[in-house]
Design a protein around this ligand. Structure first.
Ligand code: ADP
Ligand code: ZN
Length: 744
């Protein structure tokens, strides 16, 4: 394992400026391969490189991309100059600025990841290495091939309005790439050359300005001032749902635009991108550039180039957008900053909110963390004096906060086999009669979370994971939500063979929607989960139908809890407020509070007042009480005190070492032996190994060592020194999770 150096070991870099441009010099290069440490190369005569240059370097018989780095950052073995191989080429398209290089070093150091793995996020999927040739895409042209096969038919049906590279089309149609190539040869596809550079309209800061109310204006002025001064400051923009946080940070973006600097807006979910693009266009006259995993290859390359060259002034994206090489970044907004989807759970396990703040520090720019329910960690940073708190405590205009009421499921009992309490059913009926929209929230995809055999008690579980298979009735399948394994719904019990003995246990959103249809056959319903809203296009179609009043009752998962603004949505029902409180997760109470407060925030966002019903078996639980009384400060105070007395984050630090293998005994034994070598120090304790709650995931057995450390301990340094001497069997994989979130 290659472990990077601590930041303290990086000496003053000024010594390097002006020294690197000499021909025939030696340079250190980080290659885009996590298994390799930094290597030295010779700069051939006539080639100009400096730290940050993107280069192609020879390695064995191959050529690998990499980035020239300050040699002092990453010591490497000194190789005799004469033996150094020359760099092949330098890519002029962009180079990595010093602030970005420092961010990469910090990220690698803090999250104990190889620098190359971080670098890969910067140079994402080869976008940096494209030449100027256009990308070739294909689309159907209506010609029916002479020879038809079932695969070809499938592709023709799936690709009606699509255009993309051969591999994208193959993926979309779920056929092999040979099928696409075959269709092209048969004359059924047109070849389209997509240029890499396109003109991008600059957003107009004054296109459709809103006038802020006095409360908003005060906050807006502080933000624009910070943008003007180009200072590193972190603002926690804490405003209730509908208070105008977006309008206010739009003012800050407008200011960055006036200065001709770039803004990055991070959103927690791709599904939120489309509504954001719409809203942005209304305010600024044109859409920003998007960055997320749903982009086509051509869009990716184009957008990468546009932001690296500086034409793209505003970029909105998922967490991966954080590491891109912006030409001149002036502002970062993290919207819905409390969302845990900002935490990446594989590869480099980083938290985009925290890395955003570090990027702000290195770039010397302001950062805005916007949320209606800030994370405990963020509020703690305010108390520590590291972040500045900006509050918007009331909704904009005539809108008021909704009335919240708990429904005690032990006295307001739903009829047998159903899940909605009589009071909630009556309220839904009323709302339907008034022609207003309702939302039922349950954070469970599918029809039922568990399928059980009535005869033998067998529960159908995933062959690859320690998890139940979830029934999806819409697609008539059972699916594992962890590894994606699917199987058809069995007709008889796979264990005892009894027919018609399988029963669905518990509700998912599909089941709640069935109940709604049974109760209100005339109501128009929609299910909103990642199964139904899986693309930006889907999301905007849903928004359009809601806005047009074509939906009466929405049943959704956490996907509907944030971002949306539907003026006619006045009733929210939380189907099961207790779900999140089960399980021993450190942040269970916090997350429940945030989720329910967010979903409640969807109700009554315009003139019509909103009403929220929260179904629970524990109406007296502190979380539920805090929600009903809209007592955010009370909840945070209680939660903070609980964390402090348990010495849990943010009052101490955690890190997890996850050791996995396909062979359970090997994983367990390796974890045990290596756990025994843990260093001993004050304020540093290692617990376990213990099997992860999901002991088996994707066919790998996982055991975890959990490190608990005082804030004064240099956690990374200790872990690095501990792990670098250890031996790992070949088939064992080690993952390190610093500041872990979910223990699944
Ligand atoms: P938040 O981001 O805090 O949820 P938004 O910025 O989405 O709040 O504002 C809620 C609604 O109120 C939006 O429709 C927004 O356009 C409107 N709004 C907020 N502030 C203003 C303002 N100063 N002038 C006009 N409309 C506003
Ligand atoms: Zn699985």
């Amino acid at each position: 394992m290659f472990l990077p150096l601590a930041m303290d070991d990086v000496p003053d870099l000024a010594a390097y400026t002006g020294r690197m441009n000499r021909a025939s010099d030696r340079v250190r290069v980080i290659l885009l391969n996590s298994a390799l440490g930094p290597l030295d190369y010779r700069v051939p005569e006539g080639m100009q490189v400096a730290p940050g240059s993107i280069v192609m370097a020879p390695l064995g018989p191959r050529k690998l991309p990499g980035v020239v780095w300050e040699a002092a950052s990453f010591p490497a073995e000194e190789v005799d100059f004469k033996r150094l191989r020359p760099l092949r080429e330098v890519r002029e398209i962009a180079s990595l600025s010093a602030p970005l290089r420092r961010l990469i070093e910090w990220t690698a150091d803090y999250y104990l990841a190889p620098p190359a793995a971080v670098l890969r996020m910067v140079l994402s999927s080869g976008a940096a290495f494209v030449d100027d040739r256009p990308i070739v895409e294909y689309r159907l042209n209506g010609v029916v091939p002479d020879r038809m096969t079932p695969q070809r038919e499938k592709a023709l049906a799936a690709l009606a309005d699509q255009q993309g590279t051969a591999s994208e089309l193959a993926h979309l149609a779920d056929v092999s790439i040979a099928v696409i190539r075959g269709l092209e040869k048969a004359g059924a596809m047109d070849r389209v050359e997509v240029p890499l550079t396109v003109a991008i309209d600059a957003p107009d800061p004054d296109f459709d300005k809103v006038s802020l109310n006095p409360e908003q204006a005060k906050v807006g002025a502080l933000l624009t001032d910070a943008v003007n001064k180009r200072e590193f400051r972190t603002f926690l923009l804490d405003g209730v749902t509908g208070s105008g946080k977006t309008e206010v940070y739009f003012e800050a973006i407008a200011q960055a635009l006036r200065q001709d600097r770039q803004t990055l807006v991070l959103l927690p979910e791709i599904a939120l991108t489309e509504p954001f693009l719409d809203r942005f266009r209304k305010r600024f006259g044109t859409e920003p550039i998007a960055w997320h995993s749903g982009l086509k290859q051509s869009e990716r390359k184009r957008n990468w180039r546009a932001l690296a060259e500086g034409q793209a002034k505003v970029v909105v994206g998922a967490r991966s957008a954080l590491f891109l090489p912006y030409r001149d970044l002036g502002l970062i907004i993290v919207d819905e900053a409390h969302e845990i989807s900002f935490k990446q759970e594989d590869g480099v396990r980083y938290h985009a909110r925290d890395v955003a703040v570090m990027r702000g520090l290195h770039e010397k720019i302001p950062i805005v963390l916007a949320s209606a329910t800030p994370a405990i960690e963020s509020r703690h940073q305010v108390e520590q004096g590291n972040y500045e708190l900006l509050e918007l405590p009331t909704r904009f205009g005539p809108a008021t906060m909704p009335e919240v009421e708990a429904l005690d499921l032990t006295s307001d009992v739903p009829p047998r086999g159903s899940w909605l309490a009589p009071t909630l059913v009556r309220a839904l009926q009323d709302n339907l009669d008034k022609g207003e929209q309702s939302l039922l929230f349950l954070n469970r995809r599918g029809f039922a979370p568990l399928t059980l055999c009535r005869t033998c008690g067998h529960r159908i579980s995933c062959p690859n994971c320690t998890a139940w298979m979830v029934e999806h009735r819409l697609t008539r399948r059972l699916a594992c939500h962890h590894c994606g394994h699917v199987m058809p719904l069995p007709e008889k019990c796979p264990e005892c063979g009894d027919e018609d003995s399988l029963v669905a246990c518990g509700p998912g959103v599909e089941r709640i929607c069935d109940e709604v249809k049974l109760l209100f056959p005339e109501a128009r319903t929609a299910i909103v989960t990642s199964d139904t809203i899986w693309s930006p296009a889907n999301a905007s179609e849903f928004v359009a139908r809601m806005e047009a009043g074509a939906i009466d009752i929405v049943v959704g998962t956490q996907l509907v809890t944030k971002g949306y603004h539907f003026p006619n949505l006045t009733l929210v029902g939380v189907v099961d407020a207790d779900i999140g409180l089960e399980g021993g997760d450190l942040r269970a109470a916090e997350r429940s509070f945030q989720q329910i407060a967010q979903v409640a925030g969807r109700a009554g966002r315009a003139e019509k007042p909103g009403h929220v019903y929260v179904q629970t078996r524990m109406p007296d639980a502190p979380v539920i009480q805090a929600i009903i009384n809209n007592d955010r400060d009370g909840f945070y105070a209680a939660e903070m005190a609980a964390r402090r007395s348990a010495a849990a984050p943010p009052f101490a630090r955690l890190a997890a070492i996850i050791i996995s293998s396909e062979d359970n005994a090997e994983a367990m034994e390796t974890a045990r032996l290596n756990g025994q070598t843990a260093p001993h120090a004050d304020g540093f304790a290692v617990y376990g190994p213990a099997p992860a709650p999901l002991a088996m995931l994707r066919g790998r057995h996982r055991h975890r060592l959990l490190i608990h450390a005082h804030r004064s301990v240099e956690l990374q340094k200790m872990v690095r020194e501990w792990l670098q001497d250890l031996e790992w069997p070949r088939a064992v994989r080690v993952g390190i999770d610093v500041d872990p979130y979910s223990f699944v």
